[in-house]
Each structure stands twice: as C-alpha cells, then as structure tokens.
Ligand binder design. Sequence first.
Ligand code: ATP
Ligand code: MG
Length: 502
Amino acid sequence: MANPLYDRLFGIHASKTKSFLYLTDGTTISYAQFLEMTAQLAHALVKHGLQPGDRVAMQTEKTPQALALYAACVQAGLIFLPLNIAYIVEELSYFLDNSGASVVVCDGAQAEKLQVLADELGVVLRTLNADGTGTLMDEASGQPTAFETVDRDLQDLAAFLYTSGTTGRSKGAMLTQDNLLSNADTLVEYWRFSEEDVLLHALPIFHTHGLFVATNVILAVGGSMIFLSKFNLDTIIEKLPDATSMMGVPTFYTRLLADERFTKDLTGHMRLFTSGSAPLLAETHRQFEDRTNHRILERYGMTETNMSTSNPYDGERRAGTVGFPLPGVELKITEPESGTELEQGAIGVIEVRGRNVFKGYWQMPEKTAAELREDGFFITGDMGKVDEDSYVHIVGRNKDLIISGGYNIYPKEIELLLDEQPGVLESAVIGVPHADFGEAPLGILVAEKGQTPDLDAIMTTVKDHLARFKHPQKLLVVNELPRNTMGKVQKNVLRERFSEPV
Ligand code: ATP
Ligand code: MG
C-alpha cells in the first residue's frame, strides 16, 4: 500500500542531508530534519484520536513548523485546511463550523479568544507561534521521529483550501492527492524545475500559490527554498543573489520595480520569475524586462483548479495574456447562459477540465452542481478569450461584468485604455447604478507618483476609442485600489464605496 502524495513529495527525501529550507536568521533545515519534525507532528495529531479524512485547520504565521504540519497531515491521511492569518475570530467560526475541523492550530496570541469558539464547536485547540514554539510543538517534541505513513489513494482528499473570498463568501475547495500531484508534475516540466533550484518563497502558505504551486514544485524535484515569513523588500533584495527562481503576485514585482536596488546585476543569474493570482499589468511586464532583461512568466489558476494555463518557458511570454492551457488541461470558452462553446476569438466564460480540477465545494452541493459540470468541466467564473495564436486572455470576472442598457461591458477593455493614459498608474472600472441603463461604468484611477491625470483629456481619448455605451459616466482618482493579501483588487469593496447612482 502507499500514500502517493506523501511518498512522492516527502517520503523520497527522508534521509537527505540536503537543505530544504533556508531561513532568514541564517539557519537551514535539511530534508531529514523537516521530515523528522513532520513525523513528530503526525504522532501529536493522531494522539488526539484523529482518523484519516478528519480535518486539521491551521491559522498561524508562516513558519517551517506550519509547513511541516501540512506534511504531517498528508502522512497521517488527514485533510489539511490552512486559513488566512488575516481572518478574525468571528470569521473563523464559519470556517471551523463549515469544515467540521477536529483540531485547530492557531497562534498563541489568538488562543484565548479562539478557545471559546473551539469549546462551543468541540474542536481541539493547540498553538503554534511565529517563533516555532507552542502547545502543539510541546506535544510533538517528545514523539518518535518516524511515523508509519497512512495508506491513501490518489482519489482521497488531501486538503480543503478556501477560496480568497474576492467575489463573496469563501468556499472550501476539496482537493485530492491526484489534483495536487498531477499539477506539480506538470509545472515541474513546463517550468523546468530541477534539484538545482532555490526558490525565493515570500508568498503566504495558506493559499494555493505559495502552498501548492511553489512548495509542491520544489518538493517534487528535491530543490530548496529561501523561506521568508513574509514579503519584505529589503530581505528579498538581500536574498535574491542566492536564489534561482521566484514566484510572486503582481504587487511583488511593482514593489521591486519601485526600488532602485532592483537591477540587472541583482537578477542576472536568475532563471525564472513567475506571476499569478491577479492580472499583471502589461506595463509592469515591459518595465520588468527593461530593468532586468527577464520576461516575467505569467500563469493563471485558481483554488479550485490549481494551475490551468501558463505562458511558455521557451516561446514568447506575451504580456497581458496567461499563455496556453497546460498539458493535460482542456480549456474552452462558453456562452454564459447556454454553456455553448464559442468560436475562437469570442469572449465568454472560461471552463477547464483535467486532473487538476477539484472534487467540489465542501458541503455546498448546489454550488458544486452549478459550477462543476457532469462531464468534468469547471465553470471558472472568469471571462476570457483565446486569440489567433492560442494565447488565453482574461478580461475579468463574470461577476464584474457590467450590463448597461442591455449591452455587456468588460471592464478590462476600458481599464487597459485608462492604464495607458498619461499620469495614470492603474485603474479599475466598476458598474454603478444608473437610472436609465440599470448600470453604467465608473472609472477609478490611481495617479502615478507626483502626477495629476487630466481627467477631461482622458475622457476625450476614451470617447475617441470606445463605443458610446462603454464610456465611463465619470472618472475619479483615488490614492490606491483596495487589495486583499494576494494582491487582488477587491471590486466588491469599490462597488460598496461607490454605490451612489451616477
Ligand atoms: P472567490 O472565489 O472566493 O471569490 P478568488 O477567486 O479570488 O476568490 P482564488 O482561487 O484565490 O480566489 O483566485 C482565483 C482567481 O484569481 C481566478 O479565478 C482569477 O480571477 C484570478 N487570477 C489568478 N491568476 C490570474 C492571472 N494571471 N490573471 C488574472 N487573474 C488571475
Ligand atoms: Mg474564485
């Protein structure tokens, strides 16, 4: 018997003295040390009577111990459920209740408040602090450093990952061992990862990007990670010379570009920079190339599907696109209401199918049925098109579509034009109530540093370039766009803020 995810990602590294994690305090953790800690944590978990398939929720800072808890869950056949550290106790009640977690591991600072909730729900609470101490670690420390791996099947669930909650309440995506393993294998090959790779890891590990894309790819090849507890500009600049590759969200790259120390010299040795989780502005892509000679490789994925498309490693990495469907991933563009496949070039909903696609939303059968077709295609809710060279373009989310006087308006088309205007750093277009048209576009701009965009001139340009129904009713300037921890623009926050009719 076997446990494919554990065996392939962790078990094969069991006695290796090679460094797995380089920490910022100068210490390193070898594969062998990491897996000993994993085994001890697995013992500590099963001591609480957990059975395969039980859920272990974790809301902690990003530490090697927290990563080992993921490995321990896989080894013990438990379902790992990491939660965004930003959630407050009131919000956690939904996740704990919805997931039916048996154990919750939290930061010591939260323990007192969370204990009340844990008692109410009958959940065992243990702590894991930012410095790697805590009651969970106390329990683990006396345990044996080997653990008999629990048998699992490729179709068994390995994790519940809650979506980012950008468009509404977070949903628990049920991910199997096969979903995770098949995607890791695909990405290793597509992005040419090898044992030699040292990945600069500054992403959170409660999200698919940092946890599965980054970590699983490195584990699959037996590479190493420079494991930063968070994104910090100074630390990134200090550590870049030791890395071969980096995965980031667009805000990482805009912040790096804003720093003069980020130069060709600093990045010359790097093999790969990837971006995802939110759209990378074409302008950022160009600036990055001008500054470093590297073209960022943009890819597209989501909690429910792992990674679905990617720009090529060798071929043209085209700015403003998310590349091609990955090997093993089928992608089609459909008409939102009927689900009929559209011809090449037309804008519609992106649907994907493959071993990467999740099993459904935990305890949300209706939502699962509405979004996961019986034939296996998942309706992503993202709108996009495939161009004549087969590159996939994302034009926004279905929920952000503006319907004005019966016409569909894709905010992205207006945003792209606004972004190009003098003095404009970036923009967001949302639908706001309109007496005649039901809804009408509002253009929200962020100015470039020290600039004051000429709104009248921009409006004139917009009118020259876009059909009348797409003209924003109004343009306004804000200091910054609201973003969540993954750098995603929160259009629902903007819609609330600008809910007055125009
Ligand atoms: P929720 O589903 O709870 O509203 P969410 O969709 O933001 O939240 P995630 O699964 O973290 O939760 O994010 C997936 C989404 O991120 C995709 O559906 C897509 O809209 C966006 N995304 C990811 N990569 C890219 C990219 N390269 N370009 C544009 N959008 C992207
Ligand atoms: Mg989503």
